[in-house]
Write a protein that binds this ligand. Structure first.
Ligand code: NAD
Length: 296
């Protein structure tokens, strides 16, 4: 079994790292949040002193960080992975970042014969805990084959989509679909309530039909309970939609609906709701219509 490093022990990284420990891997971990490191050490991991230290002690290093600047810092910065990794080391960045950044970071690592895959995930915290994430991967096929087993301890599927950057292009497509689904759900349910129906009954009536979706099943119960504890924070979805717009514009694609929903999320951020779950997008629509969607 390869010796693994794991950097970034947040909402997603913590349960993913715990699943690797459960599978029997030796794991060295690092996060700037000492409490998160302590929790993993109590579960059987070794604490690394820095990203460089983790790299020195690992054959495969997984990163699960917020966005491109943090991944750049952890991989290429001072005391970063690049300073500690031996030639042949594999870096799997599972954060959702710009595909352009993935390609640039991989090119720097390649100069030291360190190989990178971009392997973002979908499924959120519940699937990270269950080890049933959907993992979308970009990079060389032989490297993917070497680490596929590791990935399948964190996810129920790991699909190699193409070259480095392809994982994050796929994730951006995923995030556009999720954002627009939440917006559609919100618009519809605000109408249902203001027109005098019980939103829980509307949800039960439509979830088995064509409007049914994983998003509806995951987010509608949270909305009915007025539970906007993240999960996936609105500020992270803003980051993904900004990365989607940057990528789309660089290849000549307009994103008319995604850019609208981005601004709705931005309005909620200004309203102090950046750390709400993205299901909290419904609050934007509720304010427009002056109603609340909740259990009756
Ligand atoms: P999070 O903010 O909870 O976790 C990020 C972790 O990175 C934190 O523990 C933070 O302390 C650590 N970190 C930041 N900078 C660091 C540095 N320089 N060195 C070491 N550690 C550092 O975020 P999350 O919700 O776990 O999301 C992580 C990534 O996964 C994001 O790209 C997000 O878009 C993506 N994602 C999240 C979800 C979800 O539902 N939360 C679902 C799919 C994908």
């Amino acid at each position: 079994m390869q010796k693994l490093g794991f950097i970034g022990l947040g909402i997603m990284g913590k349960p993913m790292a715990k699943n690797l420990l459960k599978a029997g891997y030796e794991l060295v971990v690092y996060d700037i949040n000492e409490a998160a490191v302590k929790e993993l050490v109590e579960s059987g991991a070794e604490a690394g002193a820095s990203s460089k230290d983790v790299a020195e002690k690992s054959e495969v290093i997984i990163t699960m960080l917020p966005n491109s600047p943090e991944v750049r810092e952890v991989v290429l910065g001072k005391d970063g992975i690049i300073e500690g990794a031996k030639p042949g080391t594999i870096v799997i960045d599972m954060s959702s970042i710009s595909p352009i950044a993935s390609q640039e970071i991989a090119a720097e690592l390649a100069k030291r014969e360190v190989i990178m895959l971009d392997a973002p995930v979908s499924g959120g915290e519940p699937k990270a805990i269950d080890g049933t994430l959907a993992i979308m991967v970009g990079g060389p096929k032989d490297t993917f084959e070497k680490v596929k087993e590791i990935l399948l301890h964190m996810g129920s599927s790991a699909v190699l989509v193409g070259d480095i950057g392809s994982g994050n292009v796929t994730k951006l497509a995923n995030q556009i679909i999720v954002a627009l689904n939440i917006a559609a759900m919100s618009e519809a349910m605000v109408l249902a309530v203001k027109a005098g129906t019980d939103p829980e009954k509307v949800f039960q009536a439509i979830r088995g039909g064509l409007a049914g979706s994983t998003v509806l099943d995951a987010k509608m119960p949270m909305v009915l309970d007025r539970n906007f504890k993240p999960g996936f924070r609105i500020e992270l979805h803003i980051k993904d939609l900004l990365n989607a717009l940057e990528t789309a514009h660089s290849v000549g694609v307009p994103l008319p609906l995604a850019s609208q929903v981005l601004e709705y999320m931005q309005a909620l951020k200004v309203d102090g709701k950046a750390k709400d779950d993205h299901g909290g997008l419904i609050q934007f629509y509720e304010k427009l219509a002056k109603v609340e969607v909740k259990k009756q």
